[in-house]
Design a protein around this ligand. Structure first.
Ligand SMILES: Cc1cc2nc3c(=O)[nH]c(=O)nc-3n(C[C@H](O)[C@H](O)[C@H](O)COP(=O)(O)OP(=O)(O)OC[C@H]3O[C@@H](n4cnc5c(N)ncnc54)[C@H](O)[C@@H]3O)c2cc1C
Length: 406
């Protein structure tokens, strides 16, 4: 019998799998994609995420292969511009998510996780003591094969922003507003890139830019205009046209070359009503997503994956019968404040006027903007010191018996 089945092999799923396998649990991780796969993301790991990965012994790929991320530039219209750096000696990393995610999958396999790609999780199996109402595994489908059921003691839903399990069980939904979609791709020969991430806020939409190794630039456009994405046969033309008519970005992209076909996805925001239910735990975007603007989704994914694994280990050791409630408490304690901050930033930088106002504030009181960039970047979070004593795994508790029977 599988101890923990993980649906989705993004960062949340991989980190959960690694923590569980290192503790001796029998883990099966499934993903609907064929790996390695591309991933639409801003490709920025903020300092807090890098510290989290470092604490888990998982930062060396990003440290060696990524570019240092030193802070942010935010622009609005009519020349409004804010530039803020992380404190001295503090950096994040710019790294392609396709590469990072593939490396994390390999780390999970090396830790003992059994991994199957190209397998789509379609829904939950039910069973258990409470009148068969507990999640007791999943139903999956694989191209060219019959649907099959995979039972497991516990399941972690880590399928990202449209989790088949979380949405199917009514634990998550896309809120009515704000509704935004993203389109992103990679370019070469973009002028003026530096070691700072860039956010260019325009009426009703924004662009994110990040420099990547090999002279590449990641470009994402976030827009509420779904019709534009739907009606556009070629997303590359749409992205090029949007960039071309921007007075700041247009000239910088004059000699640039698109090197990939852009990907689009949305709606972006996900609200969740719980951290799981009996037999099921949520991790990463499946447990809620606010907006890419603050560039910290990976922090929630990595730490959320770790917390889901810890609550599963507590349950497997018989220390709790309600791991989803334990997880809800931990997530509220660690994430609630930052999620409120992110909602405020989403409002604050919701248009160029707000950016113009923020740029005036930055001139009068640069410390306030530095503080916002520090908070968004999770500076000082994620390290051993910050999280010390917060979890049973870090306190050295053992959950798994030598014989792996629970
Ligand atoms: C435009 C954009 C830019 C962003 N930029 C940044 C940034 O710069 N920095 C940052 O920290 N965060 C950023 N984020 C957020 C970040 O990408 C996410 O928070 C992060 O990827 C969440 O990780 P995850 O593991 O929860 O989900 P994902 O990374 O989405 O992984 C989910 C996995 O589940 C698989 N899956 C889906 N459905 C199924 C199914 N039914 N069965 C099996 N497998 C399934 C998928 O194939 C995928 O591999 C951005 C997000 C967007 C949309």
């Amino acid at each position: 019998m599988i101890d923990v089945l993980i649906s989705g092999a993004g960062p949340a799923g991989c980190v959960a799998g690694i923590v569980l396998a290192r503790a001796g649990a029998c883990v099966l991780m499934l993903d609907r994609a064929r790996f390695p796969r591309p991933k639409l993301c801003g490709d920025s790991l903020n300092p807090g995420t890098l510290a989290l990965l470092g604490r888990l012994g998982l930062s060396r790929f990003a440290e060696r292969r990524g570019l240092p991320a030193d802070g942010m530039i935010v622009t609005g219209e009519r020349g409004a511009r804010i530039e803020s750096r992380y404190p001295q000696g503090v950096h994040g990393r710019f790294i392609s998510r396709g590469d990072l995610d593939w490396w994390l999958v390999q780390q999970a396999i090396a830790a003992g996780v059994e991994f199957e790609d190209n397998v789509r999780v379609e829904g939950a199996l039910f069973g258990g003591r409470r009148g068969g109402q507990d999640v007791a595994g999943v139903r999956v489908r694989q191209a060219g094969r019959n649907a099959r059921a995979i039972p497991a003691r516990l399941t972690i839903a880590a399928e990202g922003r449209h989790s088949a399990l979380a949405f199917g069980l009514g634990l998550a939904r896309h809120p009515a507003g704000p509704r935004r979609w993203a389109v992103g791709g990679y370019y070469e020969r973009v002028c003026g890139m530096s070691s700072l991430g860039e956010m260019h806020v325009r009426a009703g939409r924004y662009f994110g830019l990040a420099p990547l190794p090999g002279g590449m630039t990641n470009v994402c456009l976030v827009t509420p205009d779904r019709a534009a994405l739907r009606g556009q046969r070629d997303l590359g033309d749409l992205l090029a046209a949007e960039i071309g008519r921007d007075p700041i970005l247009g000239p910088r992209f004059a000699g640039a070359l698109a090197v990939t076909c852009p990907i689009a996805l949305g709606p972006l925001a996900v609200d969740s009503t719980a951290a799981g239910m009996p037999g099921l735990l949520l991790a990463g975007d499946a447990a809620g997503f606010i907006d890419p603007m603050t560039g910290d989704g990976m922090y929630f994914a990595v730490r959320g994956g770790e917390l889901a694994a810890e609550s599963a280990l507590l349950a497997l050791a018989g220390d709790t019968r309600s791991p989803h409630e334990w997880l809800a408490g931990q997530r509220a304690r660690e994430f609630r404040w930052k999620q409120r901050f992110n909602r405020s930033i989403r409002l604050l930088v919701s248009g160029p006027r707000a950016v113009a106002m923020a740029s005036r504030v930055a001139t009068v009181c640069p410390a306030s903007i530095r503080q916002i960039v520090r908070i968004a970047g999770d500076v000082g979070r994620g390290s051993q010191r910050h999280l010390r004593g917060s979890s049973p795994v870090q306190r050295g508790a053992r959950f798994v018996t030598e014989t792996r029977t629970f």
